[in-house]
Design a protein around this ligand. Structure first.
Ligand SMILES: [Zn+2]
Length: 346
């Protein structure tokens, strides 16, 4: 027998009169969980109250959304918006993304989007002719760095326009920035108040990234990391973005991610949207893989969300099931709210 899933009605945008109230099992993302909870958002899209239904009333005229599970929407720390529409991303439960590689002009316009919330890196900094300028990134996704002075100036100019600097160390795609240039990029970025995220998949390139002082690895490395390198990542407080599913086949990403989690490294959810096999929006496969690294489904959800906080802009979802039990429920949210924009399945 074949089960045929009835196509769910589309999410439609609601006009907010007097705000909205989300009611259901409330998972706050900071360890607090309320069986009968409520989050209230005002007409400007700001979270104004959260707590037990007995303590938090539905404001007069507010739209009430009841669902099995209420909580923060996903934050995808590694996407390429050039390969996926923002509307599709939000409709599948993602409220914020970081675009880690795009032509600068496109990146500037996404930064102005109201939903999802977007941070950008702009172009990947690479050696002349280096990755990804000869492959998927040939249309303006790369910027060349070929000496220390020029690298410093490039980063200084870029830092004013982007949220994070992306360094590419990929010997499979052409020449790679030298250790000296990599270090100059990080130094200039830090001087300008920006962090550096780095594409480094092999042990040698991860070591070059760490020597340069990067803040984050944009992927879980593919080549098995020696214990000493895992420990160094932990001690130096470098974050790692998961991107497990897209690199799973024929690599050691799962073993590396488990070792990094065990060492206490902050591993954050990221899908590398745009890479082979990815789709816009929540990726339940990535969440399931993250859970298997030792984080469990609770830890995976923490790695993919920011806690719900009164006073902050809404980034909420209402789901039909508890996503820790059924991660695919992310694909059909009952409601998604990003700031004052509310999408509801009616
Ligand atoms: Zn990427």
């Amino acid at each position: 027998m074949r089960l045929i899933r009835q196509r769910a009605p589309e999410l439609t945008q609601q006009t907010l009169g007097a705000g909205a109230a989300f009611t259901g099992r409330l998972w706050c993302g900071d360890g607090r969980e309320l069986e009968h909870g409520r989050v209230v958002v005002d007409d400007n899209g700001i979270v104004v109250a959260l707590g037990d239904v007995d303590d938090v009333a539905v404001p007069f005229g507010a739209l009430e959304i009841e669902s099995a599970w209420i909580g923060p929407g996903l934050v995808d720390a590694h996407v390429h918006l050039a390969f996926g529409s923002p509307a599709d991303i939000v409709a599948r439960g993602v409220v914020a993304v970081r675009d880690l590689g795009a032509p600068p002009q496109a990146a500037m316009t996404w930064r102005e989007l109201s939903a999802p919330h977007v941070e950008v890196a702009g172009p990947l900094l690479t050696a002349p002719g280096g990755y990804p300028s000869q492959s998927w990134g040939r249309d303006g996704f790369a910027a060349y760095v070929d000496d220390v002075e020029q690298a410093k100036q490039l980063v200084q100019g870029l830092a004013a326009q982007v949220d994070v600097i992306k360094l590419a160390l990929e010997p499979n795609g052409g020449p790679v920035p030298s250790p000296g240039i990599a270090a100059a990029i990080v130094e200039s970025a830090h001087a300008a108040g920006r962090e550096v995220t780095c594409h480094a998949l092999t042990v040698a390139m991860v070591e070059r990234a760490l020597d340069a002082g990067v803040d984050e690895l944009a992927h879980t490395p593919l080549e098995r990391l020696p214990t000493a390198v895992v420990d160094r990542i932990a001690v130096e407080g470098v974050r790692v973005i998961s991107t497990l599913h897209t690199h799973l086949r024929g690599s050691d990403v799962l073993a590396n991610a488990a070792a990094l989690v065990a060492a206490g490294v902050a591993v954050r959810y990221g899908t590398d949207l745009g890479n082979a096999g990815t789709k816009p929006g929540a990726d339940p496969r990535e969440l399931d893989l993250l859970a298997r690294t030792g984080l469990g489904s609770e830890g995976a959800l923490r790695a993919a969300t920011e806690p719900v906080r009164p006073g902050a802009a809404a980034g909420l979802v209402a789901l039909l099931e508890d996503p820790r039990e059924q991660s695919r429920t992310w694909l059909w949210p009952r409601a998604v709210m990003v700031g004052p924009m509310l999408l509801l399945r009616v």
